[in-house]
Design a binder for this molecule. Structure first.
Ligand code: NAD
Length: 498
């Protein structure tokens, strides 16, 4: 199903079967969005734009607050669907994905009324200059499957808060909660065509959206490889892009760190969303004197994580998104093992959890993977360099602070990082010298609506969330008002003097 112009529509593309990756069961079937469907959704967004743009920020804020209320009323249904379509634990969906999304809607309701620019002033004789911050038009956004609801929210809310209309393409594997969001927007009073959601594949639906002549900006979250393709396509028509791409976050444990806090942070930070999180801790860089204590404690904690049916509130970690993705994760770990790496824990497809309880379904058709800690590699190893996007942490030891910072920056990516230390000077140095869009000190993961999220280096550019996201979704107009009573304006003498 798809949602445009205020109503659900059948797609006209290829058939697609939805699978719950934690049970292996088919949960539904639908037709993907074809290019023709994308065109209809964009046409709806284009028609809705002039009237929506004309609303006051206060009116848009009311709509977003209404949407937050609608989502809140359906929060359980949304959390269950998010868990079913991704394999993530119901606890994570209930306590992180859904409340985070509702908070984001409320944040952008407030932020819509706080759009700022230069104050009006006189910068040229007898005149007033002022700045209008205006929306762009129809935004085409593309989201990944790891946090389908939150990614939809991060794209849609700042866009509409600023007065744009939007067509969001979800991953074909995870359309459900984004469609509920669009339906809830209509219930909250958004007029048809302002928020449209289509579910389709990348090459057809995604590329049609990016290349559509009426789409003035493409906002993309996904892999670096596809991000570059989007930029190439947008370049051909000269339109704006905002790219939130992959990550390979360093997790630096200095010699004065609280090792228990760091170990706990590393387990939570690497296993969140079964490790399918672009900011997840993936490279632990640990002071040599604490390396053994750190890796043993991380191993102990990882082995206590309760894997299981995501629908059970007692489950800590559900499955990966698909058996295909699980095969990629497992093959990467297997190659590291074959190359001589030490696998402290995990590194296998589990059939039971640490309590000996059977996992649901058949391991051939479900996508579970055990929490995995790897060491004994050097910085040329694939597991150190490439994004794995699974519950896999790689650890390496360092001797000096300079070496720690160099290791942290030894990646093409720059999305997020953390540093663990009790010393202010070290914390401040790590904050300044690590090349990433976010540096946490003595934590790893907290993401809040009020603060910007976005990458450095190959992790992309532009920001989701916070007031900074309006830089992506608005354009600035200089308005100049002349005050002369005299038809003679002095500067015109440079052109003619009669
Ligand atoms: P992906 O790049 O394969 O797909 C992302 C989206 O792009 C999907 O909707 C897909 O259908 C679409 N797409 C694929 N090919 C396309 C094309 N040629 N044209 C237009 N659209 C196309 O990524 P994924 O596997 O869905 O998600 C995982 C990746 O996303 C990881 O690299 C992860 O780090 C990244 N990610 C980044 C952030 C962030 O905020 N930086 C957040 C979540 C995920």
């Amino acid at each position: 199903m798809h949602y445009w112009n205020g109503a659900f529509h059948e797609g006209s593309g290829k058939n697609h079967t939805l699978i719950n990756p934690a049970t292996g069961e088919a949960t539904g079937e639908y037709r993907l969005a074809s290019s023709a469907d994308v065109n209809e959704a964009v046409a709806a967004a284009k028609t809705a734009y002039p009237a929506f743009k004309a609303l006051t920020p206060g009116e848009r804020a009311e709509l977003l607050l209404g949407l937050a209320t609608q989502l809140d009323a359906r929060s359980q249904e949304i959390a269950e669907l998010e868990s079913r379509q991704t394999g993530k634990s119901i606890r994570l969906a209930t306590e992180f994905d859904v409340p985070g999304t509702i908070d984001n809607a409320k944040f952008f309701a407030g932020a819509a009324r706080q759009l700022t620019g230069l104050s009006a002033g006189t910068y040229w004789e007898q005149s007033t200059s002022m700045v209008r911050r205006e929306p762009l038009g129809v935004i085409g956004s593309i989201a990944p499957w790891n946090y389908p609801l939150q990614m939809a929210a991060w794209k849609i809310f700042p866009a509409v808060a600023a007065g744009n209309t939007i067509v969001l393409k979800t991953s074909e594997m995870t359309p459900g909660t984004s469609l509920i969001l669009a339906e809830a927007a209509t219930a909250a009073g958004f007029v048809p065509g302002v928020i449209n959601v289509i579910a389709g594949d990348g090459p057809e639906a995604g590329e049609t959206l990016v290349t559509h002549p009426d789409v003035v900006m493409s906002s993309f979250t996904g892999s670096t490889k596809v991000g570059r393709r989007i930029m190439e396509l947008a370049a051909a028509k000269g339109s704006r892009v905002h790219l939130e791409l992959g990550g390979k976050a360093p997790f630096v444990v200095f010699d004065d760190a609280d090792i228990e806090a760091a170990a706990r942070g590393a387990v939570a930070g690497s296993l969140i969303n079964t490790g399918q999180d672009c900011t997840a801790a993936t490279r632990a860089i640990v002071a040599r004197e604490h390396f053994d204590a750190f890796t043993s404690r991380v191993t102990e904690l990882m082995e206590s994580v309760r894997i299981g049916n995501p629908a059970d509130p007692a489950t800590d970690m559900g499955s990966l998104i698909s058996v295909t993705h699980r095969a990629r994760v497992a093959a990467t770990v297997d190659r590291a093992r074959e190359a001589g790496a030490t696998i402290h824990c995990g590194g296998e497809i589990p059939t039971t959890n640490h309590l000996g309880e059977d996992l649901p379904g058949d391991s051939e058709t479900t996508a579970y993977y055990a929490p995995t800690l790897i060491s004994g590699i050097d910085t040329s190893a694939e597991v150190w360099r490439e994004e794995i996007f699974g519950p896999v942490l790689v650890a390496i030891a360092f001797d000096t602070d300079d070496e720690a910072i160099a290791l942290a920056n030894d990646t093409p990516y720059g999305l997020a990082a953390s540093a663990w230390t009790k010393t202010t000077n070290r914390a401040m140095r790590a904050a300044a010298d690590i090349e990433a869009g976010c540096v946490w000190i003595n934590e790893h993961i907290p993401i809040v609506s009020d603060m910007p999220h976005g990458g450095y280096k190959a992790s992309g550019f532009g920001k989701d969330m916070s007031q900074y996201s309006f830089e992506e979704y608005t354009q600035i107009k200089h308005v100049f008002i002349d005050h002369h009573d005299d038809p003679h304006h002095e500067w015109q003498d440079t052109i003619f003097t009669s």
